[in-house]
Design a protein around this ligand. Structure first.
Ligand SMILES: Nc1ncnc2c1ncn2[C@@H]1O[C@H](COP(=O)(O)OP(=O)(O)OP(=O)(O)O)[C@@H](O)[C@H]1O
Length: 503
């Protein structure tokens, strides 16, 4: 642009400046071009870089996928590894168990070898023992046959002796006077023994008939001084008969207080027939050879007023009476038997003591007046013996009845007839004692019919009275003068027709 003052010179400077500016423009354009060229270059480079990046990213993503796959595979492998490890552990444990088993098996094998060796030794020892046993068996057979021969001989001899003596033996035992009977120093006894088996009973002590006496004969008489041992010695053969297979009855008969219970049971420190018989039985049975076996059972009954009571039965209540039992007939034994009778197995004297004590205590509880009751009832202890000879395959069963009879006093003595209980008791006792006497008498007469069934006592004892059975009767006597009537009565005689002088 031209200004007024300067004319032509301002155009030039403007042209110059324009030229400068153009030159600058051109330079700038050239620079822009250069920059553009650079930009294009850079853009190309960037595009390359981007393409490279895209490639790299795609490679990365492929790598990542690969990595995920690898990881998944790794997990699977890890799982497999864990399973394998656990399998490995199990196998290791199994292996250890197998090792232990093998070790044990080795021990067992060693033990087996050892046991085999021991077994061989035992077998050889067994063979030796067998030989020894056969020899001993042979020896034993010889001993057994000797024993059997000796036993039969002894049995035969015993039988002959018993037959000579008779199957019913009557023995008399006189008890000593009791201190209370020594009246005013009077120690005289009405019993005198002129001979071993003869007894003389003084009927009157003084006065016109002082010399009167009556004599009685027995198979044996035991005077006042006889001991329980001496009495048992006479009973032993009867007990032996039991072992030989015969039934045996041992009775004690006599008035109350004449010594029946003392003879049969005895006292604590001086036992009687019952205990001594059982003691003897255990001795004999204990000496049997091993081929002979014995089994013993015991029962205990009481017969009171024709009622049988089992003294070993369980009492319904502590203070109640024992139940009455029935006697029925057994065709097999041809005898009466008590239905439901309690039998106790006995193997030694301690058991016997226990059973008999139990029976006595039952008898005592059953009565309010024990002493009177026991005098007025029959007590029967029965022993059942079974002997089995295993070699001879023979078995014998025999019974021993030990009977403490009720007091035999006559009605007039036993009390006033107005007492109903006493009267009934006396009648029952009289009935059974006379039935027993009748049975024994008919046996001695060898009657065809023996009246066993008349009373419970004879019915119960049927198979042990008569036939081959042995009976032993003790007649117990009091030596005191006030008992003379009863003593005569016990001996089967009528009492003196009038009161004895001095009594
Ligand atoms: N041989 C004897 N030696 C010594 N004492 C005896 C003898 N016999 C009997 N006694 C005694 O005489 C008393 C009566 O005897 P025991 O009781 O045996 O008579 P019992 O006939 O059985 O009488 P019960 O019929 O009343 O039972 C008892 O004290 C008893 O100890």
């Amino acid at each position: 642009m031209m200004t007024g003052g300067t004319g032509g010179g301002g155009v030039h400077s403007m042209e110059d400046e324009m030229a400068v500016r153009q030159a600058e423009l051109r330079a700038s354009e050239a620079h822009v071009e250069a920059l553009e060229a650079q930009l294009t270059e850079k853009s190309g480079a960037l595009a390359d870089s981007l393409a490279h990046l895209a490639k790299s990213q795609s490679r990365l993503s492929a790598c990542k996928t690969q990595l995920t796959d690898c990881k998944a595979q790794l997990d699977v492998k890890e799982l497999e590894l864990t399973t394998l490890e656990s399998k490995c552990n199990t196998l290791e444990a199994e292996l250890k168990e197998k090792d232990d088993l093998i070790a044990k098996q080795d021990d067992t094998d060693r033990l087996l070898v050892d046991q085999e060796r021991q077994l061989k030794q035992a077998a050889s020892r067994f063979r030796d023992l067998e030989v020894q046993m056969r020899q001993q068996e042979q020896g034993m057979k010889e001993v057994q046959s000797k024993y059997t021969a000796e036993y039969s001989l002894r049995r035969e001899l015993h039988e002959i002796v018993q037959e000579l003596r008779g199957n019913i033996r009557v023995l008399c035992r006189v008890r000593p006077l009791k201190p209370a009977e020594y009246e005013n120093g009077d120690e005289s006894s009405i019993v005198y023994l002129p001979e071993e088996c003869k007894l003389r009973l003084t009927k009157y002590n003084e006065g016109p008939f002082a010399d009167m006496y009556q004599e009685f004969e027995f198979d044996h008489i035991f005077p006042e001084t006889s001991s329980q041992e001496e009495v048992f010695a006479a009973v032993k053969p009867a007990v032996q008969s039991l072992i030989d297979g015969f039934n045996v009855c041992i009775f004690a008969y006599g008035q109350t207080g004449s010594g029946k219970t003392f003879t049969m049971e005895g006292v604590d420190d001086n036992r009687g027939v019952n205990y001594r018989a059982l003691d003897y039985l255990f001795d004999v049975v204990g000496s049997f050879p091993p081929t002979v076996e014995a089994d013993m059972e015991i029962s205990m009954v009481e017969i009171y007023n024709e009622t049988v009571r089992d003294l070993l039965a369980e009492r319904p209540a502590a203070d109640e009476k024992l139940q009455a039992l029935d006697i029925k007939f057994s065709v097999k034994d041809n005898s009466g038997y008590v239905v439901g009778l309690e039998m106790r197995n006995i193997e030694n004297m301690e058991q016997v003591e226990g059973v008999l004590a139990e029976g006595h205590s039952n008898r005592a509880t059953a009565s309010t007046r024990m002493n009177e009751h026991s005098s007025r009832s029959h007590a029967i202890v029965s022993v059942f013996l079974t002997v089995t000879n295993k070699l001879e395959k023979r078995r014998t069963v025999s019974k021993l009845h030990l009977i403490d009879l009720a007091g035999s006093e006559r009605l007039s003595k036993s009390g006033c007839t107005s007492d109903d209980t006493r009267l009934k008791e006396s009648q029952a006792i009289n009935k059974s004692l006379s039935a027993l006497a009748e049975v024994i008498a008919s046996l001695q007469r060898r009657d065809k019919h023996i009246p066993y069934r008349n009373t419970k006592l004879t019915f119960f004892l049927q198979d042990s009275l008569g036939g081959k059975a042995k009976t032993l009767m003790f007649v117990n006597l009091s030596p005191h003068k006030t008992d003379v009537s009863e003593s005569l009565s016990s001996l089967g005689e009528s009492p003196p027709p009038f009161p004895s002088a001095g009594l």
